[in-house]
Design a binder for this molecule. Structure first.
Ligand code: FAD
Ligand code: UDP
Length: 401
């Protein structure tokens, strides 16, 4: 046993006199893992060890100050939005908020125009002054009739026709996924609406805000509990057999957990290029999309998003790629089928619960992951009640893996 493992084993034994080990080993300190750690410790008094192989907590939502003192999101821009009051209230225990509505422009035909496509997009692009009613008629005249909306191409051409599809969606999607929209599930481009009014917000959710002191501070407050031990820079495989635990929550890629026994599940990756620019503002809005030019899909400027005042500014370019950290599950029927095989395997694995974007292979936003984690917590709590009623005590016998 190495030094870290010895320390941990001692910490586990010392947490509560007379009870050895952790009740829960949580793999991944992103939203999925951190929400569960917080609930299990605060509501059920469980002893939790949460490990992450990265050198920090927060998962992909982690933020930090760069060398120039600008607050950045190392894993790309993260904007919080939800329609769920419950999810917003839950997170509000750990942060104050700064209201923020994200705006995106697309660079098309040499102009910057609002994205999602709205009335102003069409008027600016074509030098027109249509009304909402007229633009609705325009969309109807160019839309292609589809019997069934199956792919990401169908979603867009059935609403705004092929020309706008080519200008705004086809190139971006091919860059982002290395797939044609006709090869991707409808759900991908359906994330982006089409509007006939002048609403130029990227999201239409009821709650749209940024954690006032950043995501990392919010995660620190979630995990600040005497029953929660946090271990970063640690792959769970380094400690899983040496630290006693009873139940595992796993939020890493599901195929990796099962050593890719049925084959690798595709995940799309990104290379982030962070740049500090010695001027106060770089671009007019938080994100500018480049559907047709360059190797990157978008540039985001953090100060718009965080509200920070600073004489310089930091931006991130996103270059999609195949290799690297897994960021996006790839929504295609054959991948959903392969995932089902892993899911069946997961369901047959006692003492391990799979939760989060990578572990359930779902293209989830942050709020959806929080919702999934809260629902998972309820199920775990319910299962414990049922076990207690049946006279079994989960804490009695740590079993390891
Ligand atoms: P993650 O945050 O990925 O956390 C999983 C953690 O598990 C990781 O930290 C990883 O290091 C760790 N891990 C994996 N394997 C192991 C192992 N073997 N041992 C130890 N640790 C391990 N959502 C929004 O709502 N709004 C946005 O604006 C938004 N923007 C995004 C932009 C980009 C570029 C990306 C990629 C995502 C964006 N998202 C956004 C989605 C958001 O990032 C996710 O919904 C959320 O972070 C998922 O949380 P999670 O806990 O499931 O996964
Ligand atoms: N999309 C596009 N053009 C755009 C913006 C989005 O074609 O200007 C498509 C693309 O396929 C993208 C998907 O819509 O992957 C979802 O966009 P979103 O902005 O939600 O992506 P995310 O922020 O999750 O990367």
């Amino acid at each position: 046993m190495d030094k870290i493992s010895q320390d941990l084993a001692r910490a586990a034994a010392a947490t509560v006199p007379g009870r050895a080990g952790f009740d829960y080993l949580i793999v991944g300190a992103g939203f999925a893992g951190s929400v569960l750690a917080e609930r299990l410790a605060n509501v059920m008094g469980k002893r939790v060890l949460i490990v992450d192989k990265r050198p920090h907590i927060g998962g992909n939502a982690y933020d930090r100050y760069d060398d120039h003192g600008v607050l950045i999101h190392p894993y790309g821009p993260h904007i919080f939005h939800t329609n769920s009051e419950d999810i917003f209230q839950y997170l509000s225990q750990f942060t104050e908020w700064r209201p923020y509505q994200h705006r995106v422009l697309a660079s098309v035909d040499g102009q910057l125009v609002p994205m999602p496509i709205n009335l102003d997009t069409i008027n600016k692009l074509y030098g027109l002054s249509l009304t909402s009613f007229e633009v609705e008629k325009f969309f109807e005249s160019v839309a292609e009739k589809k019997e069934e909306i199956r792919t990401s191409e169908d979603v867009v051409v059935s609403k705004v026709g092929r020309e706008l599809y080519n200008k705004f969606f086809r190139g971006y999607t091919r860059k982002q996924w290395d797939l044609d929209p006709s090869e991707l599930d409808a759900s991908v481009t359906a994330r982006v609406p089409t509007r006939t009014n002048r609403d130029d917000r990227y999201f239409a959710d009821k709650f749209q805000a940024m954690p006032r002191h950043g995501y990392t501070r919010m995660f620190e407050r979630m995990l600040d509990h005497p029953n929660i031990k946090v271990m970063t820079n640690t792959d769970y495989r380094e400690i899983v057999d040496v630290v006693p635990w009873t139940h595992m929550i796993y939020s890493g890629p599901i195929d990796a957990y099962f050593d890719c026994k049925y084959g690798k599940l595709p995940y799309r990756s990104l290379r982030f290029e962070h740049v500090n620019v010695p001027q106060e503002q770089f671009q007019p809005v938080g994100t500018v999309n480049y559907p047709n030019d360059y190797g990157y899909t978008r540039i985001s400027e953090f100060k718009h998003i965080t509200g920070q005042k600073h004489p310089t500014t930091s931006v991130v370019y996103e270059y999609p790629c195949a290799e690297g950290d897994p960021y996006y599950p790839v929504p295609q029927p054959q991948n959903a089928q392969l995932y089902k095989r892993y899911e069946a395997e997961a369901e047959a694995t006692p003492n391990v619960t799979f939760v989060g974007r990578l572990a359930t292979y779902r293209y989830y936003n942050m709020d959806q992951v929080v919702g999934q984690a809260l629902a998972t917590f309820k199920r775990l709590q319910q299962a414990e009640c049922e076990r207690a009623e049946a006279g079994l005590n989960l804490s009695a016998a740590p079993v390891g893996r």
